[in-house]
Design a protein around this ligand. Structure first.
Ligand SMILES: Cc1cc2nc3c(=O)[nH]c(=O)nc-3n(C[C@H](O)[C@H](O)[C@H](O)COP(=O)(O)OP(=O)(O)OC[C@H]3O[C@@H](n4cnc5c(N)ncnc54)[C@H](O)[C@@H]3O)c2cc1C
Length: 530
């Protein structure tokens, strides 16, 4: 992906695009893939980096959502399980089948959760990842050696999917581009173009140069997640808010707290939520929370009470308790929940997606989850074709391979998330002895990957590389800070930047990354806004 090429295309377009998409998270990227693969002319604008918002901060599960089953939302679970199966087929390099154990501490929990998980298996049908079953006490201890043993009676095992959210986002951007879309990060939509009262395009500012330009489009799609109301107010100043913001945080611990390949699922925390501890790379990700927030921020911060809640539950369910000093990273994300009439509890608001069309024809989509991004996109493009008067064409994404799709595992484990790109990446890394060096002794990434990110994945900043092309910031925030200077040097050589740019990049990344370090109270207060 070359940013300059996309920029040139949108600036010099002589005809309106069929669709301009605002927002480069799961929702907007999915829509770009869908519309472009139907043969429509598409341009997407993301104000920061692809997946900078909620889409890089998820629990990383491709799942039907066991909690929605408990709430009786069978239709949502069914749709998500179907999408889980499709994603595993279309992006096998990024989705893996994971075993989850629900530990049981009372006689009735085994049958209770056992029946629930059988219903889950039944809904998945042929797309199931494997059958659930009861575990004896010994089997549970063998699968979760560090589980709290006091009163443990056994467990229930079930299967679900795990994926890499930000890597999938980059691969979706590449898929959309391969199908003809112009994909731009660091381009903010600052206003809407209107003709005779109808939305006819977007005003855009390139964050790198400050240049402003107008892009005309027959349909404009607002896919800005928790920010949809800001864009709706560019259209109608008095638009009533449609999104409630719910924060969820994750604490990342060393893998030794959850050795093995099995995830832990706590079906009911002290306040009735679901909590996961999931093995990821050489770490374990524990979360999440559901905290109503008044405003949407691009770089949200975990609240002290959220950190305490997650750590307290980790200590309750793990035999060897993690200390605050064990925390490698802590990250927060914001769920865009569609407001229901009345009620403030965000856990009860709709996880389903919603599409609204304004009087001037602005199309807005929000809600849903990563797992259902493809279905959301199909619904949106079906609707957008009608609203924008664009030729109606059939959706092809149910069976469309996503960039990198391959069943072949690359022998070098750290290159596996690149899928089909792993072989050319490995060749590139061999091209220069410096590129074979590791970014940091505690991180599973090599210098040559940064070069690849700049050349092929539109990485523009140190943060793009350390937070989303690699997942260094989430895996080990301190190590990521220490790796920032070398990433800045490698990127600046690729992007033609100078020493001042490198210094500014390292400083900006260090300020941001300190917010992911648990034990640094000074940096906790340093909230970085967009
Ligand atoms: C804690 C947590 C855990 C989750 N876990 C899971 C999970 O395990 N599995 C699952 O399926 N789902 C999960 N989800 C849900 C999933 O992450 C979200 O539903 C999804 O990422 C939302 O994507 P989005 O594209 O709508 O929003 P976002 O990813 O936030 O994307 C919106 C984008 O719009 C951009 N933008 C805003 N304004 C403008 C503008 N004016 N111009 C240009 N761009 C703009 C933003 O920069 C942002 O990148 C989780 C969510 C959270 C918060």
């Amino acid at each position: 992906m070359l940013r300059a090429v996309s920029l040139d295309r949108v600036r010099s377009a002589s005809e309106p695009f069929d669709f301009a998409i605002i927002g480069g998270g799961a929702t907007g990227l999915g829509i770009a893939v869908d519309a472009a693969s139907r043969g429509h002319r598409v341009a997407l604008f993301e104000q920061a980096d692809f997946a900078k918002g909620s889409s890089s901060r998820s629990t990383k599960l491709v799942h039907g959502g066991v909690r929605y089953l408990r709430q009786g939302n069978v239709a949502l679970v069914l749709e998500a399980l179907r999408e889980r199966g499709r994603l595993a087929r279309n992006a096998p390099h990024l989705v893996r089948n994971l075993e989850f154990v629900i530990p049981t501490y009372a006689w009735w929990e085994g049958p209770f959760y056992g029946i629930g998980m059988k219903v889950y298996d039944g809904l998945a049908g042929k797309l199931g990842f494997g059958p659930s079953r009861h575990l004896s006490l010994d089997e549970s201890l063998a699968m979760l050696p560090n589980i709290e043993r006091e009163h443990l009676t056994g467990g229930v095992i079930y299967h679900d999917g795990q994926f890499d959210d930000a890597r999938l986002a980059v691969n979706l951007a590449q898929t959309a581009e391969a199908n003809g879309a112009a994909m731009l990060n660091y381009c903010r939509c600052t206003g809407l173009v209107k003709e005779l009262g109808a939305v006819a395009g977007v005003e855009v500012r390139d964050a790198e140069t400050g240049e402003e330009f107008t892009v005309r489009a027959r349909g404009v799609i607002n896919a800005t997640g928790v920010f949809v109301d800001d864009v709706r107010r560019m259209d109608e100043a008095a638009a009533v808010k449609m999104v409630a913001v719910s924060q969820g945080i994750h604490v990342v611990l060393p893998r030794s707290f959850l050795p093995g390949e099995t995830a832990l699922m706590v079906p009911k925390t002290a306040d009735g939520r679901v909590l996961f501890a999931v093995p990821w790379h050489n770490c374990v990700v524990v979360g999440t929370t559901d905290t109503a927030r008044g405003t949407a921020e691009l770089e949200p911060r975990a609240l002290d009470e959220e950190r305490d809640f997650v750590m307290e539950h980790a200590r309750r369910y793990l035999a060897r308790d993690p200390a605050d000093s064990d925390v490698l990273s802590i990250f927060a994300g914001l769920r865009p929940l569609v407001r229901a009439a009345g009620g403030k509890d965000t856990a009860a608001l709709s996880r389903d997606h919603t599409i609204v069309v304004s009087e001037s024809g602005l199309l807005t989509i929000t809600g849903g989850k990563w797992t259902t991004y493809r279905r959301m996109a199909e619904d949106m493009v079906d609707r957008a074709e009608i609203v924008a008067g664009v030729e109606n064409r059939a959706c092809v994404t149910a069976d469309l391979p996503i960039h990198g799709a391959t069943q072949t595992q690359h022998p070098e484990v750290n290159f596996q998330p690149y899928g089909a790109d792993a072989a050319p990446l490995a060749d590139l890394v061999k091209g220069d002895p410096q590129w074979a060096e590791w970014l940091h002794p505690a991180l599973p990434y090599q210098c040559g990957e940064v070069v690849w990110h700049a050349r092929h994945e539109m990485a523009r900043t140190v943060e793009d590389v350390l937070a989303r092309r690699t997942r260094a910031l989430l895996l080990n925030a301190r190590a990521a800070i220490e790796a920032a200077p070398i990433v800045a040097r490698l990127l600046s050589a690729e992007l033609g930047r100078d020493a001042a740019w490198q210094r500014a990049q390292v400083e900006a990344f260090t300020i941001l990354a300190r917010g992911y370090v648990f034990t640094d109270p000074a940096s906790r207060a340093a909230t970085v806004f967009a």
